[in-house]
Design a protein around this ligand. Sequence first.
Ligand SMILES: NC(=O)c1ccc[n+]([C@@H]2O[C@H](COP(=O)([O-])OP(=O)(O)OC[C@H]3O[C@@H](n4cnc5c(N)ncnc54)[C@H](OP(=O)(O)O)[C@@H]3O)[C@@H](O)[C@H]2O)c1
Length: 361
Amino acid sequence: MTSINFIVAKDDLDQCKTITTRLPDADALPQDVLLVRVDRFAFTANNITYAVLGDELKYWQLFLEPSGFGNIPVWGFGDVIASKHPHVAVGERLFGYFPMATHLVIEATDVSKRGLRDGAAHRQGVAPVYNAYARVSGDPAYAGRHGDYQALLRPLFMLSFLVDDFLAEHDDFGAGAVLLSSASSKTAFGLAHLLHRRGRKVIGLTSAGNTGFVTSLGCYDEVVSYDRVTSLPSDAPVAFVDMAGNSALRAELHRHFGSQMKCSLRVGLTHRATAADEGELPGAKPRWFFAPDQIRRRAKEWGPGGIEQRLGAAWSGFAPLLERCLTVVESRGPEAVRQIYLDTLKGRIPPEQGHMLSLLG
Ligand SMILES: NC(=O)c1ccc[n+]([C@@H]2O[C@H](COP(=O)([O-])OP(=O)(O)OC[C@H]3O[C@@H](n4cnc5c(N)ncnc54)[C@H](OP(=O)(O)O)[C@@H]3O)[C@@H](O)[C@H]2O)c1
């Protein structure tokens, strides 16, 4: 039996190909090992960022490929097709971090009613969340369209939730308005929804072609295209959450707002235009928002289940927006996956689309 894997050159993301790898015989799997067929997975700009930071944040270590190539991690669903674990049955559905492939071999460990972990040695250098699989068979929240929304947005919404929480905790650093770059991205509009809900003024910065979509979301009070950011009034305090990671835009905003720039958080890299050395900028010093720190602190303060409970409540308020503003597009087979990968890499995906892919034909 074989797996089809979609791999990219680590030092040149334009280069990609599919390869076929041999899988172990189902009968000869070692104790506790599962063979999983990867059924469907989401693909957004966030996955491109995983590839851009693959070496730095060890994403390439999760799913090993031939030298020079990497397999981009994706959030999605897999079905157990062979199991040597006494408590995991064939036919079970798992949700978690998968490779862009048709199959994955998992060394099941820490198996509980709700989930399990892959204990493979090469996967242990990353945050535990990347090795965890939820057991979701029969769970309506992970079925059909709701399942697609989970794969497409839930991991991103976690970040939106944590940034909103961080800003709220600091009284938004005294800012009267929060600026979001790549306002059309799923991570940004999740955050805009949360900020808007607690009465913050939210200003979306986006490319000229995406202003219509961003305005239609209804959670931005104002939408400004990148070429017009200096038309914003600069005499009141603002906070900036940067999903685009564009050095030139960041410098322009800091110079425009000067000391009124009260907080500048780096979150994403959608534009992949970051200068190595930016030099000093006026206003608050830009800093990376590191989600695991916020999670660790809140887990301690809120106790067991505290984050999940609050995140779940926030998600219930957000999910209805998705029905209205997101069209799920499904594509199957290696050629379709290649096309969506390249379109995402080049920024050619319309923001109202959410892509669910499968390498299975
Ligand atoms: N630090 C964390 O823990 C964390 C967690 C979640 C997400 N993020 C980051 O947040 C960012 C957004 O991710 P997402 O999955 O939400 O994105 P998405 O929904 O796929 O975003 C699409 C938008 O990003 C911009 N974009 C994408 N590719 C581009 C390209 N090649 N050139 C120019 N613009 C491009 C465009 O927005 P505009 O026209 O509006 O610029 C586009 O409409 C990613 O960098 C992701 O890694 C970070």
